[in-house]
Design a protein around this ligand. Structure first.
Ligand SMILES: [Zn+2]
Length: 310
């Protein structure tokens, strides 16, 4: 599976740059978040999960959190929270895994979650099996796929200020035989093993520069010219990945409700209003004393809402 985000990715960056408080992302964060955004789209498109796929990396360095959410229709949003100085040339370990506490989490949150049903979440550290820090997001995700899903995966990711792109090669389970080789005989297993490794090696030879600048057609021809390719239809136009934010005034209301009435009153007394900015799209929500009083009206007097989570 291959993805090349242009408009959607530029929209993420444009909105961040327009935020006068944060300003644009430092280059190393831009690159990492772009790679995460491409990876999120690849993973969502790959599993076709009916709900949101949330890829998060949270760390103990100057980059506190980077997150991308991709819905089943491939609409996406992503953002990063920075709490310190991100030096030029910073690496994944120096931004996120300074003291070994960095983690990568993938959450699958079903669209029609039943009451009490928890979203599925898998978490891995940003280190390999020998606990050595991983330097590339692609390594972290490959490690995640193997550890959490028992799926062999090869990822090539790259991003700059125009394009966020990625190539994903995954070894699919044999039909009806469980993961990987399942119950196939030794000869079949050996052949499948060879096929996967040949394809994975070809994919890994793709250079960052090629992934960013070449069109899909050229990339596939360069990598797999000796292979028999069966092409699937590309998601373009309305079904293509695009930027969309799921924030709303109703969701922010529920967040304020979650703070509790006392806390909300304190903020109102101090600042005159409760202001919440969406980190993803930059939308600003403002609640004055009257709005806040509406939120904390006794139950039963509020209009019903079907929206359950922020
Ligand atoms: Zn928003």
């Amino acid at each position: 599976m291959i993805v090349r985000l242009t408009d959607a990715w530029q929209e993420v960056l444009r909105r961040r740059a327009a935020n006068s408080t944060s300003g644009p992302y430092p280059l190393p964060v831009q690159e990492l978040l772009g790679e995460m955004t491409a990876a999120g789209v690849l993973m969502q498109a790959n599993i076709k999960f009916n709900g949101s796929l949330i890829l998060q990396i949270f760390g103990d360095g100057p980059l506190k959190l980077a997150v991308v959410e991709v819905q089943s229709d491939l609409s996406l949003r992503s953002t990063a929270t920075i709490r310190g100085e991100v030096a030029p040339g910073s690496t994944l370990p120096s931004m996120l895994n300074l003291h070994g506490q960095g983690r990568c989490a993938i959450t699958l949150d079903p669209k029609d979650r039943l009451p009490g049903q928890q979203p599925y979440q898998g978490v891995v550290p940003l280190t390999d099996a020998q606990e050595k820090p991983l330097h590339q997001l692609s390594d972290v995700l490959q490690h995640y796929m193997l550890q959490s899903e028992q799926l062999q995966t090869t990822l090539v990711l790259a991003a700059d200020d125009q394009v966020a792109a990625g190539l994903l090669i995954q070894r699919l389970p044999l039909q009806g035989a469980g993961n990987l080789e399942g119950h196939a005989d030794a000869q079949t297993k050996e052949a499948l093993h060879e096929h996967y490794h040949r394809i994975a090696t070809l994919a890994s030879s793709l250079k960052r520069e090629e992934l960013l600048t070449l069109d899909v057609e050229t990339i596939l021809r360069r990598l797999f010219w000796e292979e028999k390719l069966q092409r699937f239809e590309a998601a373009v136009g309305e079904s293509a990945p695009r930027f969309a934010c799921t924030c709303s005034r109703a969701r922010v209301s529920r967040m304020i409700e979650g703070l509790g009435e006392a806390e909300a009153h304190d903020i109102l007394a101090e600042q005159g209003a409760i202001s919440v900015d969406c980190e993803f799209c930059g939308a600003q929500y403002r609640f004055d004393a009257v709005d806040a009083a509406q939120i904390f009206k006794p139950l039963g007097k509020q209009p019903p809402s079907s929206d359950a989570v922020q």
